[in-house]
Design a protein around this ligand. Structure first.
Ligand code: MF3
Ligand code: CO
Length: 251
């Protein structure tokens, strides 16, 4: 899984930098799939429950699971969420990043940065002996402090020899009474805040995949595959640029 994570991080780093106005979301998918295969991995999303592509490419008010299309052209000022998973020797990694296309608004930049930071706030609690929803609650508190809507209808998940394993990992406290399962060393989790600039509500489009914010406000996504240890978690899908930018100090 470390290797699956390292490869996915390299894919995200390259793919994020390749995003330019004028590309179609299908161009993004093709490029991403090529990169994944160049590392000897399989794209895990392709044909998963019928999903027709390797990369979920979700633009602006699209929250997740955008289906790549030759007709959807990225333009300056858009924000685009890139979600990908790879399989290396039978083991999975899953990670997402939201990136700007050319120059983007200050508001969009803040949304992207704060969504990312909500992940790091969450994983400050991702340590053996703590409870799962300690992660969830910290994400919720941080994101809501900016007036953002935490998407309730989609959650993170365990990950390993399958893409989606138990437990479900909400980005909010599901209730006051339960703090969730106890975290143990060796658990591998995909933690993935999905944050709307407006309300938390989402709708599914007629393609039965694309999820959009109900109020059509911008939405951002940040996901990594992490490993629980007795101390700080290990982020298996952090990019080299992110390490160089000091992200290991954020949790
Ligand atoms: N990253 C998504 C998740 O965590 C996976 C996309 S679902 C797929 O659930 F069908 F597109 F693969
Ligand atoms: Co995921």
């Amino acid at each position: 899984m470390r290797e699956a994570g390292r490869i996915l991080a390299a894919v995200h780093q390259e793919l994020g930098k390749a995003i330019k106005p004028g590309m179609s979301t299908l161009d993004v998918d093709r490029l991403g799939e090529e990169m994944i295969r160049s590392y000897g991995c399989e794209p895990s999303f392709l044909n998963y429950c019928g999903y027709p592509a390797s990369i979920c490419v979700s633009v602006n008010d699209e929250v997740v699971h955008g289906i790549p299309s030759a007709d959807r052209i990225l333009k300056e000022g858009d924000i685009v969420s890139l979600d990908a998973g790879v399989i290396y020797k039978g083991y999975h990694s899953d990670a997402a990043r939201t990136v700007g296309v050319g120059e983007i608004s200050k508001e969009a930049q803040f949304l992207i940065e704060r969504t990312r930071l909500s992940f790091f706030q969450g994983i400050k609690n991702a340590k053996a002996g703590n409870r799962l929803f300690d992660i969830s609650g910290a994400i919720e508190d941080f994101a809501e402090s900016f007036g953002y809507g935490v998407v309730y209808d989609l959650v993170g998940h365990g990950i390993g020899s399958s893409l989606h394993e138990e437990p479900e990992i909400p980005n909010f406290r599901p209730g006051r009474l339960h703090r969730g399962i106890k975290l143990k060393p060796g658990m591998t989790l995909a933690v993935e805040p999905m944050i709307n600039m407006g309300t938390p509500d989402v709708m599914w489009m007629d393609d039965e995949w694309t999820v959009v914010s109900a109020d059509h406000s911008l939405s951002a996504h940040y996901e990594n595959t992490i490993l629980i240890t007795d101390n700080k978690p290990e982020i298996l899908s952090l990019t080299e640029d992110e390490k160089a930018a000091g992200f290991l100090e954020l949790f």
